[in-house]
Design a protein around this ligand. Structure first.
Ligand code: NAP
Length: 313
């Protein structure tokens, strides 16, 4: 069935990949962005400021699906000004979309809103899935990114939109050829710099882009899935293992390790946060697996081999 899909924040890494994927399935895609451009692929771009209603709201009424991927990138120094933007770009855009849906005559049947595995604690080595976190309130992250994610999901689940199925996509590190962290890791590996980070004991939760896109399709059409859903491969790895798999996939025998203090200095110079590399995340896709979803890339080594294969297009 061809669906009419509204994609807020559709100009970024995941939005670009998702647009291509949805258009290939003959869905119609209308992107909401602060900088609309003319396109030739069949998708449309419409201006919104992610804060206030405007002419774009008429697109939401009668759409089948709303996907919201809006959010200032977390890969920056978390200064006071940046923190305010990190929070407001996520929470205000989500709250606004909820208010717009509430005013629709024909609200979208389903609303997929980005969220993050940063809602889970970073100081535990224990695996967590959605159910474990619900049963055990301590399984929620302290600190700024945990708080952002909590407010983000509150804006989604508190929205006055009872006829719309709401899903929070608790996204882990998405590995794709053309964006996010993978191109950086590949460059590090080729320069012999892909050694373990800060001791390498911290877990990394990840998902191959192909599985991310397949999971979005799956969730859009599974009417029983609502609430939070982890978008994570079933096999998170320790950082040392991640780097070993990366070196093997790149056929690079050496990888200089970086100690904790080297990462802190490097992060300062690169104007980012060391916690993004040092904190642990061991997240399992409990609800996806229980609903019958099968991963194409459950193991990191297979995912990396695929991403390093010369692309056909
Ligand atoms: N990629 C990952 O591995 C990953 C992991 C966990 C969670 N996530 C979450 O998934 C979502 C999409 O990720 P992504 O990697 O595609 O992010 P991205 O490439 O940074 O794109 C984010 C989008 O948000 C919009 N945006 C940025 N700053 C904004 C601001 N200050 N106010 C309003 N809109 C703003 C941009 O749209 P315009 O500039 O066109 O308006 C952009 O297209 C984000 O919310 C991210 O936090 C991603």
């Amino acid at each position: 069935m061809n669906l009419r899909i509204i994609l807020a924040g559709g100009s970024g890494f995941l939005g670009t990949e998702l647009t291509r994927h949805l258009l290939a399935q003959k869905h119609s895609v209308a992107i909401l962005t602060r900088s609309p451009r003319l396109r030739t692929d069949g998708a449309t771009e419409t201006f919104w400021d992610a804060k206030s209603p405007g002419p774009w709201t008429s697109l939401v009424d009668g759409a089948d699906v709303l996907v919201n991927l809006t959010g200032r990138p977390v890969n920056c120094r978390h200064t006071e000004a940046n923190r305010a933007l990190l929070m407001s770009s996520r929470v205000d855009s989500t709250r606004l979309l909820g208010e717009v849906i509430a005013g629709c005559v024909r609200p979208p049947r389903v609303w997929l809103n980005a969220s993050s595995a940063a809602i889970y604690p970073s100081d535990t080595q224990q695996p967590v899935d959605e159910a474990a976190a619900l049963a055990e309130p301590v399984l929620v992250r302290a600190g700024f990114l945990g708080e952002v994610t909590r407010q983000w999901e509150l804006a989604l689940f508190g929205a006055p939109a009872p006829k719309t199925r709401k899903v929070a996509l608790r996204i882990t590190l998405v590995l794709g050829r053309n964006g996010g962290v993978f191109p950086v890791l590949r460059r590090l590996a080729r320069f012999g710099l892909a050694g373990s980070l800060g001791g390498g004991m911290q877990y990394v939760s990840w998902i191959h882009l192909a599985d991310f896109l397949r999971a979005v399709d799956w969730i859009m059409t599974r009417t029983t899935l609502d609430g939070p859903v982890n978008l994570a491969a079933p096999n998170p790895v320790r950082n040392s293992e991640q780097m070993r798999a990366l070196r093997a996939a790149c056929s690079m025998p050496i990888g200089l390790p970086a100690t904790d203090w080297m990462i802190r200095v490097g992060a300062f110079l690169l104007r980012t946060e060391p916690g993004l590399l040092l904190e642990s995340s061991r997240v399992l896709p409990g609800r996806l697996l229980a609903s019958g979803f099968e991963f194409q890339y459950p193991e990191l080594s297979e995912a990396l081999s695929d991403l390093l294969r010369p692309s056909v297009s």
